[in-house]
Each structure stands twice: as C-alpha cells, then as structure tokens.
Write a protein that binds this ligand. Structure first.
Ligand code: BGC
Length: 725
C-alpha cells in the first residue's frame, strides 16, 4: 500500500457520514462573507459565524471563487489563514479546505498578477511551450495567492464561433487543442503537484459544452456518439493522460440528458473508458439546475441523488448549505450507496494529499518573490507577440515607419479589457477599475512606440453607437495612416450570448467613413470570437487579428505595427465570412454552396492555419513513400526556405486527407505541426512521423479504425499521395 493510500484509509476510518458529505460540498466565498451572495459588502470581509456554520458545522471540504473582484495578495493570505486555521483546528476531521479558482490566464483574481493571452490567443501561437509557460507562471502566482486548485484548462473545442466562450478554448482543431491542453496541464502541475509552485489543473467542461445547437451558452447540444468520440473526447483524454487531477462537468445537456445526471458520460466514459481517477466537480449551481432548468429531477434532493449516483464527487453548490444535509439523508434512506460516497471522498482526499495540503495548507507570502516579476511579464509578452495574427497586408502596408502620423480610432483602441477578455479582475472582465495599472492598451502602446506627437486619437464609436465618426474621418485627413481598432468588449458565459455575429453596424460605418478619405486603413480586430467583417474587409489595406492577447497585448500589437517584431501567429479557428457559412476547415466534401451556376465550397474570411509574415517562405521537396504497410512510422518531410529579407517563424502544418473511407472523410485534417525559426535565405528540412492511429477515425460501429487505401498529404502548397496497404 502506498503512503497516500494508508494515510487516506486511516483518515477515512475516523470520518463519519457527516464528515464525508461535507467533504463533497463546495461553496462560494460569498457564503462565509459579509453581504448577500454576489452582492458582498466592500471591503470584502469574512464573517466568523458564517465560517463556523459552513466549515465547522457543515464541514465543507472546498470553497471557491472571489467575491466580486480581484483581491490583493495580502487579503488572500488573510482569507486562507482564517479558513485553514478553522478547518484544521475546529472542524471535526481537521481536514484542510481545498480552495479553487478560475486563474485561467494568470492569477486573474489577484491584483498585479501577470496576465497571459487567453487560451484562444495561446492557440494562435501554435507553440505549446508557451501554454506550458503560461501554466508555470499562473500556477506560481495562484499558489502565491494561497490557492492550490485552478479551474483550467478548457478542453472544449472552439467549434461554434457564435458561442460566448470560444475564446476560452484552444480553437477548433482536435490535434492543436489536445497538444495545447497537454502543455498547459504540464505547466500547471509539473511532475510533482505537491511542489509549492504548482496547482491542480481542472479539465473543463466535460463534455459537449462547446457545441450548443443554438450557439447560445448552456443551451442543448445534440452530438452523435461518433462525433463525441472523434471531436469532443480527445482533448480531455490528452489532459487525463497528462495527469490532470480534476475534471469539471459540462453545464449543458447532450442529446437530451443533462451531463450532470449522465451516468454514461460521468462513469462509463470518463472513468471506465478514459481512465480518469481524479476528482469530478460540478459546475456552478448545476445540481440545482437539474430541477429548476433541465427538469429531470423533481426537487433538490432528487437532483442530488441523480447526480451523485451518476458519478459526481463534489458539488459546486455554491450558495447554500443544504447539499450535505440532503445527501446524508439520501444515504441513510438507501438512495445513494455508501460505496459511492466513499469513492468520492477518497478521490477528494487524494487531491488534497497530492497537493500537500495536509502538511502545508498554504505557504508564506515571502516564498513567492517572483510574483508579478519582470521575468513573468516577459514570458507573457513573448506569448502575446506570438499570438497576434497578420491577416492581410496589401502592398506591404505594414510594417509602418516610426515617423508615420497615425490616427487611432475605434472602441477597442483605448481599452485594456478588449485585450484581456473575461475572468480578468472580475468574472466578466468589464470593469476597467480592476485593470492592472501601467499596462497599455493599443493606443497608449502606439503612443509610446512613436511618440504622442505622431498620434491623434478620436474615439469614433462605442461598440454599437456612433460617438464622433465624422470627427474621426476629418482627423484622418491630417494623418498618413488610419489605425481602426474594432471588435468586442469583454464577456463570458450567458452575458456574452449574441443574436448576430456581424460586427456591429456603428463600427462598420466608422470603417466605411474612414476609407472614404483615401488614406490607408489598418484594421485591428480585438475580439473573443470572429465578428463578421466581409463588408469592411475590402476597405482595409492591412488587418491584424488579436483574440485576447492579455495585459501585454497592446505592446505586442505596437511592435508588430511598427516592425519591431515579425508576426507569426496562425488562425486557430476558421474566421467565417458569412453568417450562414460557419463550416470548419475540416468540413466534408459535400459542404457546398451554389453560386453563379457553380458549386463552390468553403469561402471563409480567413482559413484555419492562415497567418502572414513580413517575410516569405517557400515550400519544396515534399517527400512521402508512395506505399506504406503501416507497421513502422511513416516519414513525411518537406523543405522550408525563408525567401525574404528578415528572420521569421513559420508554422509548418501537415494535413492529410483520407481519399476514400467508410465514413465520409473530411477534406483534410491537421496531423502534425512544427513551429520553426528561419534566418533570411536559410532552409530547413522538417520531418513528421505518422503512425496508424494518426489516420484513424470513428467508424460505423463507433469504434476507432484505420482503413487501408489512398491518402493525400498536404503541406503548404504541396500535395502528394500515398497508399496504406
Ligand atoms: C463556469 C466555469 C467556472 C465556474 C467557477 C462557471 O459558471 O462555467 O467555467 O469554472 O463557474 O467559477
């Protein structure tokens, strides 16, 4: 028996049922704070009697979240000291509390923390080592804020551009997302999660969350088993294989069954098939929603029965203390077996043990000298630089010379929140008073780069209203170049639902008026999902895409605008051109439209994998053996040359098409990628190694298979066929 097993066995032998159901309960910090849930009294204060009630009387095992907005590190210390002292000294079991938070792009609920690009922007780097770096810095700073559990990464594919949480995931492709998930988990947990710089990761939201039929958050998804297996499960499996300690359940319903009540998903698939042994936590209030919204349970108690029996280990309640009381009754009435409770409690205690909480429920502040350090900022800046995608650059409009006179305009120009997105200081990230002081938005970063005297700023519009578009157009007459910053404010979840993906009219009209001046227009997109721009795209001479690059995003954009950095980000999702054209890059051959008496397929605004550079790359000598028997690895190689005048990074992308298959094949699928750095004039041979599972798909019987036959390899503009025998 391992030390851990012995320790947990001894501990559980001393626990009564009340201790156990308490461990399975997670409440929001609001429950122990002054004020009403979500309307806490400022400054945030813990209330002793409420703490006694939750921690000592109800014996809750876990607390989450921030009450309202980011706290100072000092305040986090006070909170954690009070909670853990009470738990370890006065709670009957003496078990420390497992505190969890959404530190999804850095310790975003701690003031002065380092904020990285959000996941979608990280995916645009196509550089998993940056996701690891984000994980390392975020885990360090989250632990420096006394918190050992991070509800991150999101493993849901960015499958539907309408969805308000698209930017929280690693894009639309299974391989890219899986690699990034793996890398992030490695960064968060390292090799030993008990290390005081590490946190437990949480793979969320298992599963099917990102494919709501309506595009609206937490609305029903209908996903055939084949698609669940081929598209939804792999990024979670990658996270499980990387050793993630926890998983969060999807708030939605899949095929008519709320996931919180699905034994098939939570036990048969997650546990038995995918081999997950860690802790499964519900999402926010989702047990309640089983009877209030989904109506598969008649009341709260019935909902608890359904969910715990389906496989839930811990309920993110979050605002009441009835869960442990009702769960205890259910066990006593024989409606939830004791074995189910013991299984969950063991998993919860394992995580607490692995994090070293029994020895150190939190560490002293002095142990974290690198919090918010220059080295951490540098890492976030490097990630931001690689996350920006150059989408258009007609006649080499960019880079601009540093003595250009520019007009900066548009609603995202002077707003750090449009670079950070949700979960920044606050849940929605939309309260600029919680922005990190000293971090420049796009406007200020440009002013710093070329001097205030070269920059005129006119707001032009808010996100949806004309403020002074005419004034902006007049000011444009005096400028050499117009930098129009459009896009979205910050949002997440339900508040981020929209009815129209098109970029709001006011912003489009701003661009139309600016273009009429005849001055070159550079469009900067600062947004969390692709807002449709097909009418204004032709008016722009250059376009830069940013998908919440974080606190250092303003500087990164300025560096790219003025040639201090050669852009190398690539699209991690398909940017649609038309509101009814939401297909992804790996669509089927029959995804066709009929235009001007011709069948045409797939006309995105910007394709997945696309992104320009200030240099050029030439691909040649694509090599693959024409016949492969599948026993060894298949090598595919290509030569890439930097044919321009400056150094640059390129993402070499390997796509393969299965030409004939028993399930209609996609036109192509990403099967490998490597990011390389090339000095001007230099070449490199890039090799990919393919094995049989790389060519597999989920067949008619819902099992993975690889079928023999002809395949086509595509890298850059080159193509070559091979036959699998
Ligand atoms: C979100 C989760 C998040 C949780 C805790 C929920 O509303 O869906 O992603 O981790 O809240 O804040």
């Amino acid at each position: 028996m391992t030390d851990r097993n012995r320790f947990i066995k001894d501990l559980m032998a001393k626990m009564d049922l009340k201790d156990k159901v308490g461990e399975m309960t997670q409440v929001a910090i609001d429950v122990i704070s002054k004020g009403k849930p979500q309307k806490l009294v400022e400054p945030h204060t813990l209330v002793k009697t409420r703490m006694q009630d939750a921690i000592v009387k109800h014996r809750v095992g876990s607390i989450l979240n921030v009450g309202g907005h980011a706290y100072t590190r000092e305040h986090w210390y006070e909170i954690m000291k009070s909670i853990q002292e009470l738990a370890t000294k006065e709670k009957k079991s003496g078990i420390p509390v497992l505190y969890g938070i959404d530190a999804i792009h850095g310790a975003n609920y701690t003031q002065q923390a380092t904020l990285f690009p959000q996941q979608l922007a990280l995916a645009a780097t196509w550089n998993p080592s940056l996701a690891t770096k984000m994980g390392e810095v975020s885990s360090y700073e989250t632990r420096a804020s006394t918190i050992p559990w991070n509800f991150s990464p999101v493993c849901d594919l960015g499958y539907d551009p309408r969805w308000s949480r698209l930017w929280e995931g690693f894009g639309e492709d299974v391989l890219l997302a899986s690699e990034m998930v793996k890398a992030a988990v490695k960064g968060y947990q390292g090799n030993d999660v008990s290390n005081k710089n590490k946190v437990a990761a949480c793979l969320k939201h298992f599963m099917g969350y990102s494919m709501p039929l309506s595009g609206k958050d937490r609305s029903p998804a209908w996903i055939p088993e084949r698609k669940l297996r081929e598209y939804v499960m792999p990024p979670f499996q990658a996270g499980i294989d990387a050793g993630a300690k926890t998983v969060m359940i999807c708030s939605g319903e899949v095929n008519g069954e709320p996931v919180h009540a699905s034994k098939w998903i939570l036990t048969d698939l997650l546990r038995k098939e995918m081999g997950f042994e860690g802790l499964v936590v519900s999402d926010w209030e989702d047990i309640h929603f089983l009877y209030t919204r989904h109506r598969v349970a008649k009341d709260y108690k019935d909902a608890i029965r359904l969910s715990v029996n389906a496989g839930l280990d811990m309920a993110m309640v979050p605002f009441d203390l009835k869960f442990p009381v009702l769960l205890k009754e259910l066990v006593e009435e024989g409606k939830v077996p004791m074995s189910r409770i013991n299984e969950s409690v063991k998993r919860i205690l394992n995580v607490k043990y692995d994090l070293g909480l029994f020895e150190n429920p939190y560490y002293p502040k002095e142990d974290y000298k690198k919090f918010g350090s220059k080295a951490h900022t540098k890492a976030a800046f490097e990630a931001a630089l690689e996350s920006i995608v150059l989408l258009k650059n007609e006649k080499k409009t960019l880079p601009l010379s540093k003595n250009t006179k520019v007009l900066v305009t548009g609603p995202t120009a002077n707003l750090l929140s449009a670079l950070n997105g949700g979960w920044t200081g606050t849940w929605q990230g939309d309260e600029p008073e919680y922005d990190t002081p000293g971090k420049p938005a796009i406007l200020e970063a440009i002013q710093k780069k070329i001097g205030k005297e070269n920059v005129t700023f006119v707001e032009g519009t808010t996100f949806d209203k004309n403020v002074n578009t005419e004034k902006a157009a007049t000011a444009a007459e005096q400028a050499d170049v117009i930098i129009a910053c459009v896009g979205e404010y910050s949002y997440t979840e339900k508040p981020g639902d929209i009815d129209d993906l098109t970029l709001p009219k006011a912003q489009q009209e701003l661009v139309h008026s600016l273009a009429k001046t005849g001055k070159p227009v550079i469009l900067i997109l600062a947004e969390g999902r692709p807002r449709i721009i097909n009418e204004i795209e032709p008016k722009a001479n250059a376009i830069i895409g940013s998908f919440y690059p974080g606190n250092e995003g303003g500087r990164a954009i300025a560096d790219i605008l003025f040639g201090d950095y050669n852009p190398n980000g690539k699209m991690p999702f398909t940017y649609p051109k038309f509101i009814n054209g939401l297909e992804r890059y790996d669509h089927k051959g029959t995804d066709l439209v009929y235009i001007d008496s011709e069948m045409t397929n797939f006309r995105p605004q910007f394709e997945f994998g696309f992104g320009l550079s200030y240099t050029t790359f030439n691909y040649s000598s694509l090599k693959v053996e024409p016949v492969w028997d599948g026993t060894r690895e298949l090598e595919i190689s290509v030569d890439v040359k930097n044919t321009g005048k400056i150094a640059g990074m390129e993402v070499v992308q390997l796509y393969i098409a299965d030409l004939v298959a028993s399930i209609t094949p996609s036109v192509k699928k990403l099967k490998g990628f490597q990011k390389i750095n090339l000095e001007p004039g230099k070449s490199k041979s890039v090799t990919f190694k393919i094995t049989l599972p790389d060519l597999a798909f989920v067949g008619l019987d819902n099992q993975w298979i690889t079928e023999a036959g002809e395949f086509e390899v595509m890298i850059g503009n080159l193509k070559k066929k091979f036959e699998l025998q």
